[in-house]
Design a protein around this ligand. Sequence first.
Ligand code: ASP
Length: 442
Amino acid sequence: MPQEYRLKVAKFGGSSVASSWQFRKVRDIVQADPARRFVVVSAVGRRDKHDAKVTDLLYLVNAHLRYHVSCDDLFGTVGVRLSEIARELRLEYPISQEFGLFRERAKTGCFTEEHIVSRGEYFTARMMAEFLGMPFLDAADVIVFHHDGTLDMQRTEERLQAAARECEGGFVMPGFYGATEDGQIKLFDRGGGDISGAVVARCLGADLYENWTDVSGFLTADPRIVDDPLPIPHVTYAELRELSYMGASVLHEDAVFPVKEAGIPLVIKNTNSPEDAGTVISAGDDGQARAIAGVTGRRGFVAVRVKHARGVSGASALRAVLAVAERYRAAVERVSTGLSSCTLLFEEDAVKECLYSLVAAIEQEVAPESMDVVEHLALVSTVGRALPERPELTGRLFDALGRAGIDAPFASRNPGEISVTVAVAEQDFENAIRVIYAAFVH
Ligand code: ASP
């Protein structure tokens, strides 16, 4: 039986509010469920890939103002995007006047960058509040920042709870920004509307945080590589971290720490296809772990293999090699060690300036028997909470790669870890993902 939720916080991303048409979809979604009482919105985003996000335009506006370059065109573009929505929805909110006032004041240089950029979400939420017939709650009054730009969770909680008591039926709040006690606007990192939504969910004790975007959650593999990959119905935060680290985008684990800490489940839903189940993210298992959650990866790695000189212990050689890497500030991505050699994997971009001096330094200081550098590798991670308990799954993975003739010169799997990572030649990257996908997902 589907679970009943009493209180949901629904956060809508930029593409979900990119036009009057999208506003209507949001209204249908909010009105379809009385539990969706608290709504957080991003700034008007892209309608298609040729479009610009209002937030990006406002960053540009600010840069122009700083360098005293005319930005009337940019202001014009933002103004048109906003007033078009208001006109098409017949809103009463006087967006043209309000935006005009903001523009004139911004031109006098009296606003900080953060203030200017925050107006994208501010105006979007103003219009959404009227359209939904709900009160508007300014994030500057409730999301409290310390002066160092970090969130004051305690004060925020007090203010949000007071606001929720006042607007019992719910409110619409702009995401991405808040303010210090003395009223200075502060922003979260880019994409920070997700954080605002998570903060509201946590402070109001929601039992579900809905993150509405333009995809139906996570897919088991990149659709540019695998045809029609299956969606992932449920991931744990640990799986999410592994999947995002290796390249799967949609939502960053850091962005949702408030709900993660509070044990509130989160669901990624598609505004353009609200009936799709989406992906639920929660700390615990739903008892329905599939063989794997997903397979993902990244190109652009390089391996340095060091064969130890006779008589040198593996541990001391490894320590010496790592010390050289540390001196060159070359972040080691993975390490694998054997009886007579060790291999260090680096991200190509991170060592492009220093790779050859690093190798020369190892040569000189560690005096290995031999060493070599293998460039153009890709890492492929297979992630799933079932992996540690089911040894046959790892066997299946290597068997599938072997049958496809894909060499995996480097593999790492640590006890208890929920992922197995292999390095393959970059030219085998896509095929490796397809082969692993086929071995696990039917
Ligand atoms: N509008 C902001 C951005 O583009 C925040 C958000 O969309 O969550 O980064």
